[in-house]
Design a protein around this ligand. Structure first.
Ligand code: GTP
Ligand code: MG
Ligand code: ZN
Length: 358
């Protein structure tokens, strides 16, 4: 069982990305046996911009006993009219979307309908393009992944992502990886963080892809759900998935000892089948998670500890920074709001106000 299959051995020498290629395809049976014109529903697991990889129930499902082989992959195109309809987003269809497709004579599919999303996580468009991009749709649970060191844990990153998830109604938790690298004082810090985030209602797990600590707990959290991992490059998102299910054998990268940063090993978001009836989206590392579509006066709605104090503000449009009679500042001064969270609030407010002023 531990020996490499010939295909794995070959993969070691091929281009970047080929392991991911290999691992996702291994879960599904080969080419579809649908006849042209058939209409089916499926789940988008990968998007390259022009082609969408969609997983659908196999037509010979009845004879199949194993669930993995009851599904097939259909490579699909999106007719131009959809691209025109959704102007504000740069990608009309995202990983995680449920779609209807029509099988074409060459065995590929044409997307005919995008089903309504339960939720989604947006991010600012990359490569200097304007507007927003949908990172992933229909998420059951998101995890913000930070490594304790290499790269160093940043509370500001955690708070930004938590705010985005609150704003977009995505359940979210905090994962602190590389706990094996912890020194004594690091552990006290992590204890404080755990106390803080749990008191705000966020699940908090300390894990190590290296030593295996916490992996069983994480596995339980992921079972039966579609999860997504977000964090900086090098935090160990992909390594955690490999620890959860070693036969995924996804490509991981080194962290540069010079900069302490990762090298962007994962290059696109992909929905990966993992465990039983579960999916996970491994995303490429992001340096910072930008805020999308949040107004200055609503920012405090996405900080659970500010919900009650903000009711006591004298002004209905209080920004909780300088106004007299501010309930949030009073709570902060009384020690009921942590210094790091209030600092995150100020930094996000600054970003929103600057963006609005432009
Ligand atoms: N010591 C230690 N190293 C780890 C751990 N998890 C991951 N690493 C190392 O961190 C480096 C980066 O891991 P990746 O899994 O590629 O990180 P990533 O977050 O997927 O990075 P991107 O794909 O670039 O976003 C690799 O060298 C891993 O071996 C851990 O728990 N402990
Ligand atoms: Mg990765
Ligand atoms: Zn206020």
């Amino acid at each position: 069982m531990s020996t490499l299959e010939p295909s794995d051995a070959a993969g070691e020498f091929s281009e970047a990305g080929s392991f991911e290629e290999h691992s996702s395809e291994a879960h599904f049976s080969e080419a579809s046996t649908f006849s042209a014109g058939t209409l089916v529903e499926g789940l988008v697991i990968r998007s390259t911009g022009s082609w969408y990889r969609v997983v659908v129930q196999s037509p010979d499902f009845a004879q199949s006993t194993e669930s993995a082989t009851s599904r097939v992959i259909v490579e699909c195109r999106l007719p131009g009219r959809f691209r025109l309809e959704e102007k504000e987003v740069t990608n009309p269809i995202a990983v995680g979307d449920r779609v209807s497709i029509s099988i074409t004579p060459d065995g590929t599919g044409s997307i005919t309908e995008i089903h309504e999303r339960e939720n989604y996580i947006p991010r600012k468009a990359t490569h200097g393009r304007r507007g927003e991009q949908i990172l992933v749709a229909n998420v059951d649970h998101a995890w913000v992944v930070q490594s304790l060191r290499q790269p160093k844990l940043r509370e500001g990153f955690i708070d930004r992502f938590l705010v985005m998830c609150e704003a977009y109604q995505v359940p979210v938790g905090v994962l602190i990886n590389k706990i094996d690298l912890a020194k004594k004082r690091d552990l006290n810090w992590v204890d404080d963080l755990q106390h803080l985030y749990e008191s705000l209602g966020y699940p908090f797990l300390r894990v190590s892809a290296e030593s295996g600590e916490g992996i069983e707990k994480l596995r339980t959290e992921m079972e039966g759900r579609t999860s997504v991992f977000i964090g900086p490059s090098g935090a160990g998102k992909t390594s955690l998935l490999n620890a959860i299910q070693p036969d995924l054998a996804l490509r991981t990268g080194e962290v540069s000892s010079y900069s302490g940063k990762g090298k962007h090993t994962t290059t696109f978001a992909e929905l990966i089948p993992i465990l039983k009836d579960s999916y996970v989206v491994d995303t490429p590392g992001v340096r910072e998670f930008g805020l999308v579509d949040i107004e200055p006066y609503e920012l405090s709605l996405f900080f659970p500890e500010m919900l009650e104090p903000r009711k006591h503000c004298k002004f209905y449009n209080c920004t909780h920074i300088h106004e007299p009679g501010c309930g949030v500042m009073a709570a902060y001064e009384a020690g009921d709001i942590s210094a790091s969270r209030y600092a995150s609030y100020l930094s996000m407010m600054d970003e929103i106000q600057q963006a609005n002023g432009r």
